[in-house]
Ligand binder design. Structure first.
Ligand code: MD6
Ligand code: FE
Length: 225
C-alpha cells in the first residue's frame, strides 16, 4: 500500500519508499550541509562564472612542491587564492594579467547571505571567491584552508555540475575522512570547530550535467582579512 501511494506521487512505479528517503549523513559540529540550496541560483551563478572566466581565465597552477594541480582555477573578489613555487597565498592581483580580480557578483553575495542566515550563522561579506573547475578525473588532495587571518569566519562552498565525493577529515591529517556526496546546487559550510578540518575531493567520475556538461565547478567564499 505504501508502495502504491509513493508510486502515485512519482512517475516511476518501481520507486520504493527506501529510494525516496534521503541518505542520513551524520555531520560533525560546525559542518553545515544544505542540499540543493543553490539550485535556484545556478543559471545566474553560471553566467557570472562565464563572465569572470572570460576576464581571468581558468588556469592550472603549480603547488610549491612543483606539481601541477589537476583542477583549473580563477578568482573574484578583493583577494584571489594563488599558488606557485613560492607558496600558497592571497593576492589582490591576477598573476596572469597583473590586474585586480573582478568584484564579487551580487548573486554570489546574495547566495552566501541566504545560506548563512538559513543556518543561523552570523552574516559576513566575503572578500574572496576561489572558483575551481574540475574536468573528469580531476581531484583535490586533503588540505586545510588556513591562509586566512581569522578562522571565526566560515567558508561557504557551492557545488555545481557533476557530482563529487567530498572527503571531510579531522583537525589532523591522520583521521579517516567521511565521504559526503556533493551534487549540483549543494552547499557545505565549514564553521566553528569544523573550520580547520582537513578536506579534499575524490576524482570526478565521467558523466554529463545538463547545465555544466562534463565539468564540476566549486565556489568557495572566504573572508581573508
Ligand atoms: C571542492 N572545496 O569542493 C573543494 N574548502 O572542490 C574546498 O576546498 C573547500 O568545500 C573549504 C571549505 C569548503 C570546501
Ligand atoms: Fe578547501
Amino acid at each position: 500500500m505504501t508502495r502504491l501511494i509513493h508510486a502515485m506521487h512519482t512517475t516511476d512505479i518501481f520507486t520504493t519508499p527506501e529510494d525516496l528517503a534521503p541518505t542520513p549523513i551524520e555531520l560533525p559540529a560546525g559542518t553545515h550541509y544544505l542540499k540543493g540550496f543553490a539550485c535556484q541560483y545556478a543559471a545566474e551563478l553560471n553566467a557570472a562564472i562565464q563572465h569572470i572566466a572570460t576576464y581571468s581565465p581558468f588556469r592550472q597552477v603549480m603547488t610549491p612542491s612543483g606539481k601541477k594541480m589537476s583542477v583549473t582555477m580563477t578568482n573574484c573578489g578583493t583577494y584571489g587564492w594563488i599558488s606557485d613555487r613560492y607558496g600558497y597565498r592571497y593576492s589582490t592581483l591576477d598573476p596572469l594579467s597583473h590586474q585586480h580580480w573582478l568584484a564579487l557578483p551580487s548573486c554570489f553575495i546574495e547566495l552566501v547571505n541566504a545560506a548563512l542566515s538559513h543556518e543561523h550563522l552570523p552574516n559576513y561579506l566575503p572578500d574572496a571567491c576561489l572558483i575551481n573547475n574540475y574536468s573528469v578525473g580531476a581531484k583535490m588532495g586533503l588540505h586545510q584552508d588556513k591562509d586566512e587571518k581569522n578562522f571565526t569566519y566560515p567558508i561557504v562552498s557551492v557545488s555545481l555540475g557533476l557530482p563529487a565525493l567530498f572527503l571531510l577529515g579531522g583537525l589532523t591529517r591522520n583521521i579517516t575522512p567521511r565521504r559526503i556526496l556533493l551534487q549540483h546546487g549543494d552547499i557545505i559550510i565549514l564553521a566553528a570547530s569544523s573550520r580547520l578540518r582537513f578536506h579534499g575531493v575524490l576524482p570526478i567520475q565521467p558523466g554529463y550535467h545538463p547545465e555544466l556538461q562534463a565539468q564540476r565547478i566549486n565556489l568557495t567564499f572566504r573572508k581573508v582579512t
